[in-house]
Design a protein around this ligand. Structure first.
Ligand SMILES: [Zn+2]
Ligand SMILES: [Zn+2]
Length: 261
């Protein structure tokens, strides 16, 4: 199984999971062209995509969904509430490409077993995903204001976690965003801070998680260095040494790397 973050951040999110002959794109939040170029950069053929799975209807997760689905005949999977919310934005998608899943119930796409689980975000019915293949798994957990026990349960002992580390609360407080937007980001249905990402990873470490990629960093209210050092600090405070936990930061503007699981 391979996990390839293609883009990450408030300007657009998309990751590719490869397992056997199956290629699952988790979100497509940039133009079709940008996603195709990142796929090619990672040595992947966009015509071979098996499916696009959608976490929620915000534009930074669905911008390229319609274009990619139409151009390459790729089926799109989302829960019903997300379909209702995104239908006007993604344009015409042929009926054969419209697939639905139920939050909390696993389903299969080719060689991959996916479990969509509820997260806490201001969208119709937002989800994270756990994707399994031959005993290995990767979890995508971004766009969540808080990480509930149920949410953590879904990431137990995963081989890799794509973990939201959206903002530094002090940068956000002193930054240029209007008050209402600051409140939204800080709310339970907003985005996760660097410190909360660290605390979540401490709890996940106890279940066996040893690798994480920090993701969905805010351009205005965070930096790669600050996210990594804050999370490293929280891990260290809790007795987790640098050598015992692989940590990296997903790139905003292109392929972060190819992670073998
Ligand atoms: Zn969102
Ligand atoms: Zn987002």
């Amino acid at each position: 199984m391979r996990f390839i973050p293609l883009y990450s951040g408030s300007s657009g999110n998309s990751s590719l999971v490869c397992a056997g002959d199956t290629r699952v794109l988790v979100d497509a939040g940039l133009t079709g062209k940008a996603i195709v170029s990142a796929l090619e950069c990672a040595g992947e053929d966009p015509a071979k995509l098996s499916a696009i799975v959608v976490t929620h209807e915000h534009i930074d997760h669905i911008k390229g969904v319609g274009v990619l689905s139409r151009k390459y005949g790729v089926p799109v999977y989302a829960n019903e509430a997300t379909w209702r919310a995104m239908a006007p934005i993604v344009g015409n998608i042929p009926v054969r490409s419209i697939r639905t899943f139920t939050t909390g119930q696993n389903f299969y796409i080719g060689d991959v077993d996916l479990t969509p689980f509820a997260i806490s975000h201001d969208a119709a019915e937002p989800v994270g995903f756990r994707l399994f293949h031959k005993g290995r798994s990767v979890v995508c957990m971004t766009d969540t204001g808080v990480v509930t026990d149920a949410c953590r349960e879904n990431a137990r002992a995963a081989d890799l976690v794509l973990m939201e580390s959206n903002h530094d609360p002090v940068m956000l407080k002193n930054g240029p965003y209007p008050y209402q937007l600051k409140r939204r980001i800080l709310s339970e249905k907003g985005h996760l801070s660097n410190g909360d990402a660290g605390l979540t990873l401490v709890k996940l470490y106890e279940t066996g998680v040893r690798r994480a990629i920090l993701a969905h960093l805010s351009r205005e209210n965070n930096t790669e260095q600050l996210a990594a050092s804050t999370v490293r600090g929280v891990l260290a405070e809790n007795g987790i040494a640098e050598k015992d936990f692989f940590l990296t930061v997903a790139r905003r503007g292109g392929v972060t790397g190819i992670f073998e699981l």
